[in-house]
Ligand binder design. Structure first.
Ligand SMILES: [Fe+2]
Ligand SMILES: [Fe+2]
Length: 471
């Protein structure tokens, strides 16, 4: 078990004190990070006590400590999962060879790019969500938002540590850039599309944590397979924290569904909106949007980059050990490819379809969550169901880009698609309506009308607990 230095200026389990140069570089980056946090982190709640968990160890038992903390005082640290004894590269051309404790020269640029792209999403989501504290439906939810935010900040630390410790001067420059890009800013946007979309209401937030954080989970699982061991170890620990973010999204929507079902039954016409709730139709549209945006994050269906990452041992499949074969040579992936206004099945070499393989794992995981939401509807005696749209619907990356597929995956004419659009994706009116519901509820134990209470509070505490002290 690695030892954790919690008293250091930067808590860590990587023996930071032993490497004075690295320590100095990170200590110089730290005030810039805090400056970014103050400017772009959650607005107006920086001086409030929040009941937050802080990572203090990588031990599966009791890795985190819960207490009141003001967000700028949060102990952002660097934690790598413990090394696995005799770990070897588990896939690709270098299968079976020893893992790399340092970056191999020939993979330096590619690895830096992968790390920067992952790292960029972490502060981006904090920026996207910075106004949400003003409209939280309960103190419990407010606290969950801040928990997600501080941990995304820690994930930035995790990636910046790799950049500083393994990529020399370029790494340090990239670490600075990570603090300079801004979500949604046309002059210096964040790298990936979904991370430049505004998130100004809690429905978007729950959909984001359900679908977009889950993309993060699959990227981390694939990078946890990397032959570059420090990357693998940092991703393995990040996944521990990430699980809570997806819980916030999945259980958040589940509570909306539960409340919507109640309100539908209360209303003479079964209209949740008339009762101040979010109707299932609107929920479905937000789901369609965030699912499609998140699918794009996996990249193109056919990708020579994905093939070379796999071949080189840089990025594997999620839980690579569960696949029978780790070379992925001489195998194919069958893909419906648009051609002359129709879809024809094409067999793609499996290595080139690695993005699609990861996306399929992701879709299956999303489906499990949607099934859970539908269970709530079933229990309420309602016949309505939510569903994931086709992987081809509303895509902006890959072979289906900008093509008029409907949510069932059927290729329409452009006119027919435009005519259907308002029924599939949130309209300005839907957004305006959702915004009217976003009135903050700040009394402990109280909750907004449009969402059900959670089944339980945080870490054995009741829902009524004062998770954020506002006075
Ligand atoms: Fe993250
Ligand atoms: Fe996350």
């Amino acid at each position: 078990m690695s030892t954790v230095d919690l008293t250091a200026k930067i808590p860590n389990n990587v023996d930071l004190g032993q490497d004075k140069r690295l320590l100095r570089a990170l200590e110089q980056w730290q005030p810039n990070y805090l400056g970014w946090w103050r400017e772009m982190g959650p607005t107006d709640f920086q001086g409030k006590d929040c009941w937050l968990r802080t990572a203090t160890s990588v031990d599966a038992e009791g890795w985190a400590h819960f207490d009141y903390v003001k967000m700028p005082d949060y102990r952002w640290g660097i934690f790598l999962a413990d090394p696995l004894p005799d770990r070897r590269i588990g896939f690709g051309d270098a299968m079976g060879e020893a893992i790399w404790p340092v970056v191999p020269g020939e993979h330096r640029n590619t690895l830096r790019r992968l790390i920067v792209t992952q790292g960029d999403t972490e502060p981006a989501s904090v920026e996207q969500q910075r106004m949400l504290g003003h409209s939280a439906p309960s103190l419990y939810d407010l606290r969950n938002l801040f928990q997600v935010n501080v941990e995304e900040g820690r994930h930035l630390w995790a990636m910046v540590y790799l950049l500083h410790s393994h990529f020399g001067r370029d790494g340090r420059e990239e670490a600075e850039e990570l603090l300079l890009r801004r979500s949604g800013n046309p002059d210096k946007p964040r790298i990936l599309g979904a991370f430049n979309e505004p998130i100004d209401n809690w429905l978007d937030f729950f959909m984001f944590t359900m679908f977009t954080d889950r993309d993060g989970k699959y990227q981390l699982l694939a990078l946890a397979e990397s032959g570059f061991d420090p990357l693998s170890r940092t991703c393995r620990f990040m996944l521990t924290e990430e699980a809570h973010h997806m819980f916030v999204g999945e259980s958040g929507i589940e509570r909306v569904v539960e409340r919507t079902a109640e309100l539908m039954k209360l209303d003479r016409n079964g209209d949740a909106r008339a009762q101040g709730g979010i109707d299932l139709k609107a929920l479905q549209k937000f789901l369609n949007l965030w699912f499609a945006l998140s699918l794009d994050l996996f990249g193109g269906e056919v990708s020579s980059n994905a093939a070379s990452y796999f071949a080189a041992g840089l990025k594997g499949r999620a839980k690579e050990e569960t696949y029978p074969d780790h070379q992925a040579l001489g195998q194919t992936y069958r893909l419906p490819v648009p051609q002359d206004g129709a879809l024809t099945e094409e067999d793609v070499p499996l290595r080139n379809a690695m993005n699609e393989v990861l996306r399929d794992e992701y879709v299956e995981d999303c489906q499990r969550g949607v099934d859970r939401w539908n269970k709530r509807l079933e229990e309420a005696g309602l016949g309505d169901r939510l569903r994931l749209p086709s992987k081809r619907f509303y895509r902006h990356i890959g072979i289906y880009t900008e093509m008029p597929f409907d949510p069932e995956g059927k290729l329409l004419t452009r006119e027919a698609w435009e005519a259907g659009r308002n029924g599939w994706l949130p309209t300005a009116e839907d957004r305006a309506f959702v915004r009217t519901l976003m009135q903050p509820v700040r009394e402990p134990g109280k909750i907004a009308n449009w969402i059900a209470r959670p089944a339980r509070g945080i870490k054995g505490l009741p829902f009524e607990y004062e998770y954020v002290r506002l006075d």
